[in-house]
Ligand binder design. Structure first.
Ligand SMILES: O=C(O)CCC(=O)C(=O)O
Length: 281
């Protein structure tokens, strides 16, 4: 569990440099369990590499990860990571996407990109999505560690697709998590080693934004009902500021059998007014 000063220091590094690394955020037992779960899913579902150059012809990605193994639930909620995200965004942030990123030997370097470039906002802009790259293997120069351009979240443009840029390699020991403002220029590196590079991408966005993955429709209702409440909220069973995401003035968390969700802003305003009137009397 991170202390207050550490949370703020990581958040400030994301604001200033565009990224921060939380070394060994996850313990070795969790990392090994997650890796074994990924291997099991790949085997049981007979999954193969991606079919686009961006996703990587030698990269195996599993999307909608929360549906596959309960152990994955710990990742978006991890208390060495989530508090930093909540500090940069806010406590009503959402999980935007969550997938495994396993780079096989021979995977070429991914084109430099940033994850907000399809959103029609002038750059630079406030952080709108924070990505957490979880290293489940040691991230090294030769096995495809993510490459980043520090400070590029403040550039007034996105990278040109397919162009080469000077970048630094985010080397880190397994269990570490690199958190970055998704407007930071970044890309998976080339895997010239003989081993697979295991990682997760776990991205969060504001509660007023559309998530990258449609988690409310993609996760079966009975699976979501078993989630801890905070994970349900992160998946979009929540209402931002009591306004965005309601269903006929109700909090969607009630669809998962929770008793009383959040009050909508208009009702909450009246309740507050009534309370203040009582105090004055
Ligand atoms: O694999 C990586 O290190 C980064 C992948 C990435 O940025 C992406 O697929 O959008």
């Amino acid at each position: 569990m991170l202390d207050e000063a550490t949370i703020e220091a990581h958040a400030q590094r994301i604001r200033d440099d565009g990224y921060t690394v939380i070394e060994r955020a996850a313990d070795a037992t969790l990392v090994e369990g997650l890796k074994q779960a990924v291997l099991r899913i790949e085997r049981e579902h007979d999954l193969g590499p991606a079919r686009t150059s961006f996703e990587g012809f030698k990269t195996l990605r599993v999307n909608n990860l929360l549906t596959y193994d309960d152990l994955f639930w710990e990742v978006p909620l991890h208390d060495n990571v989530l508090p930093v995200v909540e500090r940069v965004l806010d406590k009503e942030c959402l999980l935007s996407s969550f997938c495994s990123l396993v780079l096989g030997p021979g995977q070429e370097a991914q084109p430099m990109h940033e994850d907000t470039q399809l959103i029609p906002l002038p750059r630079p802009h406030i952080p709108i999505t924070i990505n957490a790259i979880w290293a489940l293997s040691d991230f090294r120069d030769d096995n495809g560690a993510t490459r980043i351009v520090p400070g590029s979240h403040k550039f007034d443009r996105s990278p040109e697709y397919g162009k080469e840029y000077d970048a630094v390699t985010a080397t880190m020991p397994a269990g570490s998590v690199m958190l970055f403002d998704s407007a930071l220029w970044h890309a998976g590196g080339a895997n010239v080693s003989s081993e697979r590079r295991f990682a997760f991408s776990c991205a969060y966005c504001w509660g007023w934004m559309r998530q990258q993955e449609n988690l409310q429709l993609g996760i079966p209702r009975d699976t979501a009902m078993r989630f801890p409440r905070r994970l349900q909220e992160l998946c979009g069973y929540s209402v931002y500021k009591g306004q965005f995401g309601h269903i006929d003035n109700h909090d969607p968390i009630e669809l998962l059998g929770r008793e009383r969700g959040k009050r909508m802003v208009w009702e909450a305003t009246d309740v507050k007014k009534a309370r203040m009137a009582e105090v004055k009397q």
